[in-house]
Design a protein around this ligand. Sequence first.
Ligand SMILES: C[S@@+](CC[C@H](N)C(=O)[O-])C[C@H]1O[C@@H](n2cnc3c(N)ncnc32)[C@H](O)[C@@H]1O
Length: 325
Amino acid sequence: MAAEAQQLTVPTEAELLQGQADLWRHSLYYMTSMAFQCAVKLGVPTTIHSLGGAASLPYRLTPVSWLLLDSVAVDGHPNQTPIVLAATSRHCIEAAMGLSDWFQKDVVASPFEDLHGVTLFDGSMAEQDPEIDAVFNDALASHDNSGFLTVLRECGGALFQGLESLTDCCGGDGTTARAVVEAFPQIKCTVLDLPKVIDNVPADGVVNYVAGDMFKSVPPAQAVLIKLVLHHWSDEDCVKILAQCKKAIPSREEGGKVIVIDIVVDSSSGPTHEAELLMDVAMMVMTNGRQRDETDWSEIFTKAGFSDYKLLKKLGARGVFDVYP
Ligand SMILES: C[S@@+](CC[C@H](N)C(=O)[O-])C[C@H]1O[C@@H](n2cnc3c(N)ncnc32)[C@H](O)[C@@H]1O
């Protein structure tokens, strides 16, 4: 033991000082979230915007601030304030604080469900605490509805040109489906979601809304779109969901495909990669899902019975896949 210890190389003084700074950073990262939450709650981005983009304090509108402005949707990105409020809420932070206890238990429930006794987005939370349920639902909507105009611009032609029909699986209030129909009016669009969601969506004459359960069946169409859904689910559940999507489409020769839009973790370093990894931990804390790299996605597609796929584009952290039966 003593001989082994002698072989250890003790860090230099400079390395130890750097180590101390790193330790502070790792321990205090949550202060970034708290200071950020404070600025959002105080409406700092909107105030700077109303002052013409600059203020007497040394602040200016950064791209992040543009995403946080009241009543200004830049390039179709809805205001992202609800995500900040949900991610920095007591519910999330307390669930993350329980991570080490959770690792030592043998439970299927996520740390969030284990601690709070409710699951995100399934109605149980609405019964327990309607106020925080509304915060999380707003966060989900602002997250999921952002960036789709970019998808349409960058790969709308490859994805939707020539399609006759499309089912948006877990399509919520139809925001995405309506954007598809606006860009490609020939497509007959159906939205599948749970009854509690569909029952509250007014008929719009543009999209057909179907209440159901994707684990049981998905309304048939030439293509099924499943956007920012699968990262909420375990690998086993993803295989079940995709198998139902596959049943809903015709053969590849007849144009059948599933369009998967979801986070694809890449191997580069940098802020986007760091965000992907943080989102992975967030999924572990709050759901049974995770973020996946391309190899993980490929394995899931194969297990669900698909023969091939194409990663058409990576837009920020999101990947756009065509998956073929
Ligand atoms: C993460 S959101 C989907 C986001 C949406 N695709 C978008 O990009 O805007 C999750 C949605 O899945 C729906 N959902 C959850 N479980 C479902 C199920 N078993 N069958 C159908 N929809 C379900 C929820 O009601 C919610 O609207």
